[in-house]
Design a protein around this ligand. Sequence first.
Ligand code: A2P
Length: 277
Amino acid sequence: MNAPLITLNDGRTIPQIGAGTWPLSESEVPAVVAAAIEVGYRHIDTAAAYGNERGVGEGIRRSGLPREDVFVTTKIGNDNHGRKKTRHALAQSLRRLGDDHVDLALIHWPMPQVGKYIETWEALIELQQEGKVGSIGVSNFRPEHLDRIIRSTGVTPVVNQIEVNPVVAHKDLRAATLSRGIAIESWSPLGPSTNALQDETVTAIATRLGKTPAQVILRWHVEHGLIVIPKSASTERLRQNHDVFDFTLDAADIAAIDGLDRGTPASYATQLAGDSA
Ligand code: A2P
């Protein structure tokens, strides 16, 4: 079954589940992307910083599917903030992907210490007007970063791609993002480093429903209306991760998984230090 399409605030649509590609290398990613498309994914997420855009482009071509049937996201890296650098970075990403446009381009991190995310956002607006990018959005932005770019340009990002999984659920940031009309993309949705896949609450629900823990967690994202980009190098896991549209979680299950949230890790204080920008 195809993933449902989520309508973004610019009227374009994005498949709710995409294949994440970090940390797949340039040499391993073509086969993974081709396999993902083969099992039904129509949305691939990459970034200049992943160092695998060439392989992503190759994987899409290898799949044999027309390019317009796949939604491709890339991201402007932290070293490329500022108008000129952002325009150059996007041109380089397109060259590596072997494409003349991407469906979505994101600012990977706000980099408030550099202080150029508004200029970077203005460059993405230009690139969108020129047709090199379908939709434009951000990643790892806090509410104050969102407000600054919206106030400065009048253009609201379509998505904020942030870490969301049952253990690092970012409830406040999700609410703040949604209240600004911005959709959320969950990175690290399975939270492997937080052991969410082994959590007893998750495994008990999975056993009862005859699903895997990963499917239960991904369905939790879907129930919350989140766009989700799990990564797997295994075709079998790619298949099961995409196969989450033939069951639902009831309110009690969703609440139980919501209860696993342990809050924002301390590392975010430094990663997202944006107060002075
Ligand atoms: P692998 O590539 O070997 O499948 P996330 O996308 O949340 O960052 O999670 C990615 C991690 O979770 C990878 O280590 C991936 O390993 C693993 N993973 C992906 N899908 C599954 C699954 N269905 N079951 C268990 N682990 C998974």
